[in-house]
Design a protein around this ligand. Structure first.
Ligand SMILES: O=C(O)[C@H](O)COP(=O)(O)O
Length: 317
């Protein structure tokens, strides 16, 4: 029987699909340092972003035939090395786009209405000071009519754009690769309308957008360092729900302190799972712990897609 270790878990529907197809699925989480020994007993491993499947682990587990990533980013896996060794590597790039895009807007709406501040301060300063707090927080802004710059216009960037257009924002989009600026916006009742974003340069987004959201992988350096942050429109709001490292965290803290950047909403960090204290405690940063894909719907789609890929792989083998 083929044994699969779902080390970062798998949705119950995906698990059942695998079991119905005759696989044994173990959802116990084995600590990273025990994997070189214990993974030897399995034919396949599935991971999210927590478990790392690096060269040393691959070398220690010669029986491994498949690595499944339930999600988009494969930066926690030595993909080329695994493939060289004949191991199948699969991810589920489309399943979580909408959930990530919705978290962008949860973060954006929250930040422009100071929800993170309220949640931090109300339990401490509430009670009789309630009215003072209300006045201090009351100067939020609306998103309608503001310009959103989307850096990275792949599956997630496109979902973000659809919501932004629905909200009434002007959308500037940039990608390293050419792209179709047209989108199908599905309205309530199933009506679909064609909408379009404005193709822009990165510089145009940096210098003119009211809010900027990042949807690219991390390649080798921050896209937003001190130089880029200094060129942004004064008071810009930044959202990073893609990969830690895309915004230089120390430069960001400086830009927040000077008021150049009014807020940042971060779901990803340089040092996951233990971000630096300056980021965790900054009053103008809205924090979420890498939960872009953490919805029932996304995890179910991911589990089903991953199970289908695994079943297909072993059918062919
Ligand atoms: O690359 C991804 O799919 C996201 O970062 C989600 O990561 P997660 O599976 O750990 O939630």
């Amino acid at each position: 029987m083929i044994k699969i270790l779902a080390n970062d878990g798998i949705d119950p529907i995906g698990k059942k699909m695998l079991e119905d197809a005759g696989f044994f699925v173990d959802t116990n989480n084995i600590p990273q340092d025990e994997l070189p020994e214990k993974l030897k007993n399995y034919d396949a491993i599935t991971v999210r972003s927590a478990t790392k499947v690096r060269k040393a682990l691959i070398d220690a587990t010669p029986n491994l035939k498949l690595i499944g990533r339930g999600g988009v980013g494969v930066d926690n896996i030595d993909v080329d090395y695994a493939k060289e060794k004949g191991i199948g590597v699969y991810n589920t790039p489309a399943s979580s786009s909408l959930s990530v895009a919705e978290l962008v807007f949860a973060s954006l709406f929250g930040a422009v209405r100071f929800l993170p501040d309220s949640n931090r301060k109300m339990p401490v300063d509430g009670g009789t000071k309630f009215n003072d707090l209300k006045k201090a927080y009351a100067k939020g802004v609306e998103l309608r009519g503001k310009t959103l710059g989307i850096v990275g216009f792949g599956r997630i960037g496109r979902e973000v754009a659809k919501i932004a257009i629905g909200v009434g924002m002007d959308v500037l989009a940039y990608d390293l690769f050419d792209f179709n600026p047209e989108l199908d916006l599905v309205l309530g009742g199933g009506t679909t309308v064609k909408v379009a974003v404005k193709k822009s340069t990165l510089d145009e987004i940096i210098t003119t957008a009211d809010f900027i959201t990042l949807h690219t992988p991390f390649i080798d350096k921050a896209l937003f360092g001190a130089e880029e942050l200094a060129k942004t429109k004064k008071g810009v709001g930044l959202v990073n729900i893609s990969r830690g490292g895309l915004i230089d965290e120390l430069a960001l803290v400086d830009a927040l302190n000077s008021g150049q950047v009014s807020f940042a909403a971060l779901d990803v960090f340089d040092n996951e799972p233990t971000p630096r204290a300056e980021i965790l405690t900054h009053p103008k940063i809205s924090l979420t712990p890498h939960i872009g894909a953490a919805t029932n719907e996304a995890q179910e789609r991911i589990g089903v897609e991953l199970a289908s890929l695994i079943i297909e792989h072993f059918k062919k083998a």
